[in-house]
Write a protein that binds this ligand. Sequence first.
Ligand code: GAR
Length: 214
Amino acid sequence: MSKRRVAILISGRGSNMESLIAAARASDFPAEIALVLSNRPDAPGLASAKAQGIATAAVDHKIHAGREAFEASMQKMLEAHRIDFICLAGFMRLLTASFVTHWAGRIINIHPAILPAFTGLHTHERALKEGVKLHGCTVHFVVPEMDAGPIIAQAAVSVLDGDTPETLGRRVLAQEHRIYPLALRLAASGVLRIEDGRVFGAGGAEAALASPAP
Ligand code: GAR
């Protein structure tokens, strides 16, 4: 099977992007990173991808009249690079139902919490406030509803007594970097099946994804 041509969509730092780029260097990886696209022209991740010889594009949401016009520009760029799979990696724009539906089954996202808990922003602060003892991250297929959709992989970290949003966030991020490449490998290789909103076919991957306590 030929490699899926993946676009990584970012808005900022791009550390998850880096973990996907690194994983995709393996010759047996079922996807190649064909484009890094950002809605922020000054995103640090964009410069880094460019320096690594990866095609990049900036589609600035601020210069578009609305969400539809912004997404039409993105779609054009994705088509120009013959993209067939999208990874959202810290992409901080909500996507319309029509864009998401067009890419259904071919667009995945990473979220810094164990969904369906803590959708939205400031997940580490909110996890600490609630006093949960386990926190973590999720990779899921994207559906029109925000931070929802069939779950491919999750990892948990223990919340420690002295944690701040920063210390907890750092441990979660380390797990994000571990599970996103694994989830992309599964999704791009076509072994996953979605039934009734659940993902099947990850095989033994679930065990590999359960993270030990720190
Ligand atoms: C990551 O923690 C990612 O899970 C989160 O933004 C961060 C981006 O960091 N995404 C969301 O909150 C999406 N709602 P990165 O740019 O270093 O990958």
